[in-house]
Write a protein that binds this ligand. Structure first.
Ligand SMILES: C[C@H](N)C(=O)N[C@@H](CCC(=O)O)C(=O)O
Ligand SMILES: [Mg+2]
Length: 360
């Protein structure tokens, strides 16, 4: 398979509500989309959002890495396997690499006539995602949680990361709103220190509020704090910003800093890096969550395929970004509806087009 041409475009989609975490606020889905074209008329899709607060990249740095560094490495080159993709690409930044890798994997799977997850060793499946409740006022978050129940979600990810007393209030309000109809997990996006994390979890335990999982409570580099926290609370701790790639995974596992790892294609620089994290976790007997950034259904569909390729280790998915948007311009392929994600059985990612792309 030879990539003969490429196009770059912007995909924009409005959100149902502004997405707010302890790290950033996002007003709309805004991805750089890579379209790779082959001599035989196939199109491979990949995408990346700007995630400056997490990976340091904005749209300009993603576009420049693609055009100046990465795309020249693959144009008119024979690429027909995952190993060839890995061998072809060097440099760039994580966001750009992820977009390009996904588009290449899409094409290789299409050329073999199999869904992407089959190329990666799995099979199409139905996944069930949590829905994220943005950081806000306790009353506002409770209302969003009730709306999520109405949409059929039974697992909610509660964004925290303000003053600890206020965070307890937020969880308390959400817990009352869902009244046991949904499991709750918390994501502080690095906002607390060790004492604050212990205090918040003790308050919630004291009030009998069940918390399923605690995601990235401490700063990404504080693996020793995360390891100490695990000894002090009963709730499993998940590493998100502490684990970008396979090397980070090995370090976090060796430090005993997490019970579960959150894999995201944008952090790992694509599918190869994501599988390296899953393999490291499997070897250590840890589970993984497949997560996403606030991004379009192109990258999230690719993440769903990776999850379906490693069902024994990727036991949870937080692939809700397309559901946080008020419409999905991506046509064909993996379908997102309520909490249900139905992975396509058609070749590659199965994408047949994207409405409203603004070509660069
Ligand atoms: C969208 C997903 N549920 C999520 O919360 N992902 C991130 C943050 C995404 C972003 O800032 O774009 C997370 O911290 O888990
Ligand atoms: Mg997180």
């Amino acid at each position: 398979m030879r990539v003969s041409a490429y196009r770059l475009a912007m995909l924009r989609a409005p959100l149902r509500e502004v997405f707010t975490t302890a790290l950033r606020r996002v007003d709309q889905v805004e991805d750089v989309v890579v379209l790779l074209e082959t001599e035989c008329g196939r199109v491979g899709y990949g995408s990346a959002p700007a995630t400056r607060a997490i990976t340091g990249e904005d749209h300009a740095s993603v576009i420049s890495a693609l055009e100046a560094e990465l795309l020249p490495q693959i144009i008119d080159r024979e690429i027909d396997s995952p190993a060839a993709i890995f061998a072809a690409l060097s440099g760039g930044n994580r966001n750009a690499r992820s977009a390009l890798e996904v588009a290449l994997f899409d094409l290789v799977a299409q050329s073999r006539g199999v869904p992407l997850c089959r190329l990666l060793g799995g099979a199409p499946a139905t996944l069930y995602t949590s829905l994220t409740i943005s950081l806000g006022t306790p009353a506002g978050m409770a209302a969003s949680a009730r709306a999520a129940l109405d949409r059929g979600f039974t697992r909610l990810k509660i964004k925290l990361g303000g003053e600890p007393g206020e965070d307890v209030q937020r969880v308390r309000h959400v817990a009352v709103a869902v009244a046991g109809s949904a499991s709750l997990y918390l994501d502080a996006n690095q906002a607390w220190n060790l004492d604050q994390a212990i205090w918040v979890m003790a308050q919630l335990a004291g009030e009998g509020i069940a918390v399923d999982l605690l995601e990235q409570p401490l700063p990404a580099a504080d693996t020793s704090g995360m390891a100490q926290l695990r000894q002090r609370i009963r709730t499993p701790v998940m590493a998100d910003e502490s684990v970008f790639d396979g090397e980070d995974a090995a370090r976090v596992i060796a430090a005993g800093a997490a019970d579960i790892l959150n894999i995201k294609l944008i952090k790992s620089g694509g599918i190869t890096g994501a599988l390296a994290i899953a393999d490291a976790a499997a070897e250590a007997g840890l589970g993984c969550m497949m997560g996403c950034m606030l991004e379009s259904a192109v990258g999230v569909a690719a993440a769903a395929h990776v999850a379906a390729a490693r069902p024994a280790v990727v036991t949870r998915v937080d692939l809700d970004a397309p559901l946080l948007a008020s419409s999905d311009p991506v046509q064909g392929g993996t379908r997102f509806g309520g909490s249900r994600i139905a992975i396509n059985h058609t070749p590659g990612l199965g994408i047949t087009g994207i409405e409203g792309l603004e070509y660069l």
